[in-house]
Design a protein around this ligand. Structure first.
Ligand SMILES: NC(=O)c1ccc[n+]([C@@H]2O[C@H](COP(=O)([O-])OP(=O)(O)OC[C@H]3O[C@@H](n4cnc5c(N)ncnc54)[C@H](O)[C@@H]3O)[C@@H](O)[C@H]2O)c1
Ligand SMILES: [Zn+2]
Length: 364
């Protein structure tokens, strides 16, 4: 097991990564000051529950904890106020009090939903992230929690840090292939924004990583979490630096929304976004070397797309990019590469450059 810390003063917390950690949950919870006199309320979805729900519940009961559980349907539609209300009902019936702890057992959807439950239930109770998807190496760290509104994603939310992240990497073995591929896009993103050693690992150990071989997969997750943890420690509430985590997302979010959520996964959309944003960086001269070619090669090696689907119009994508929260005074702000494994934040991105690149991104 590897451990690193998100440094946030009194609210600092550990991230434990390794195979078989769910079995060691009672011990790891005890280290986070969660003793058996604290009621535990597991939130999970049907897929994850089928595979891991009963085991986790049993390990904890055997260790003397009082454990409740609520299972929601899989998919982002469960990240809603409606489902949140059900969870509150279940938590009240179970007897979750201020001493209680919410356990988010699942991918990013569960992390966000259970995290928001814990941020709002009785004005805030503690929660622990138990990620089970590769994408969740990103979403489980940093304390952004939210549910969706029919008009916009993640608009009802909070900053609420977990008291620990316990990442059992063996759970990834049952993840559907497309979800795994999508998760690799965020791992690649972490390399591209800050860590050449992660990029090397991704390039050199592709087969081992895709095959989820230890210790490579654990190491890649560790490096990804470390970057997220460092950025969050320096800018918890996204006043500036934290925006670098959004590399590939300005174009990616627009593509994801316009393709109709689900047709392209989040990871596939940001893969296309990272190629587009690298091309914009080259056009505007923020980066002098060719990073478009190696970016594409790396993404393709992991089965991710690098071109825009022909059914999306450039002008629609650009219009949608203006919804991005990073924008200032009606001008596009984007995260662009400054080198291989380096990015920065740039204001006033001209529309014609974006349109040109989007056109080229479709043709290739
Ligand atoms: N808070 C943040 O900082 C942040 C960052 C990125 C994304 N997110 C959010 O994360 C969500 C997406 O997360 P996700 O990609 O993990 O999706 P997800 O949680 O919906 O999981 C994807 C699918 O995999 C299934 N699954 C999960 N773990 C499994 C396992 N081990 N074995 C088999 N099946 C498993 C789930 O049931 C689901 O069907 C979105 O809601 C997004 O907004 C949040
Ligand atoms: Zn993302």
């Amino acid at each position: 097991m590897e451990t690193l810390y998100v440094e946030l003063g009194e609210r600092s917390y550990p991230i434990h990564i390794g195979p078989g950690l769910l079995r060691r949950l009672p011990l790891l919870l005890a280290e986070c000051d969660i003793a058996p006199d604290h009621p535990l309320f597991i939130v999970t979805d049907e897929h994850v529950n089928q595979r891991y729900g009963s085991d986790v519940q049993q390990f904890l009961k055997d260790a003397g904890y009082k454990v409740g559980k609520s299972v929601v349907p899989p998919g982002d539609t469960s990240k809603s106020l409606h489902v949140l209300e059900h969870l509150v009902t279940d938590a009240l019936h179970f007897g979750l009090d201020r001493n209680g702890v919410v356990l988010a057992l699942g991918g990013g959807m569960i992390g966000d939903l259970a995290g928001f439950l814990s941020a709002s239930y009785m004005r805030g109770v503690r929660f622990v992230q138990l990620p089970t998807t590769l994408l969740a190496h990103d979403s489980s760290v940093g304390g952004k929690v939210a549910v969706n509104h029919p008009l916009a994603k993640n608009v009802i939310g909070a900053f609420h840090q977990p008291v620990g992240v316990i990442y059992d990497t063996t759970t990834l073995a049952t993840l559907p292939k497309r979800e795994l591929t999508s998760g690799f896009a965020e791992v690649i993103k972490h390399g591209l924004i800050r860590d050449v050693t992660l990029l090397e690992l991704l390039e050199e150990k592709r087969d081992q990583l895709v095959g989820l071989e230890s210790p490579y997969i654990d190491r890649a997750i560790l490096k990804g979490c470390r970057i997220k943890a460092e950025v969050v420690s320096r800018d918890e509430k996204e006043h500036g630096l934290r925006a670098v985590l959004n590399y590939g997302h300005t174009i990616g979010h627009a593509v994801e929304a316009l393709a109709d959520f689900g047709r392209l996964t989040h990871g596939e959309s940001i893969a296309i976004g990272m190629v587009g944003e690298a091309m914009i960086g080259e056009r505007l001269g923020t980066v002098k070397e060719d990073i478009v070619t190696p970016t594409k090669e790396l993404l393709r090696a992991y089965g991710l797309p690098t071109t825009l689907p022909p059914y999306l119009a450039e002008t629609d994508i650009l219009a949608r990019m203006y919804h991005d929260k990073k924008n200032r005074s009606g001008k596009l702000v984007m995260v662009l590469p400054t080198g291989w494994g380096q990015v920065d934040i740039f204001p006033n991105i001209p529309d014609d450059t974006v349109l040109d690149v989007l056109r080229q991104l479709k043709d290739e």
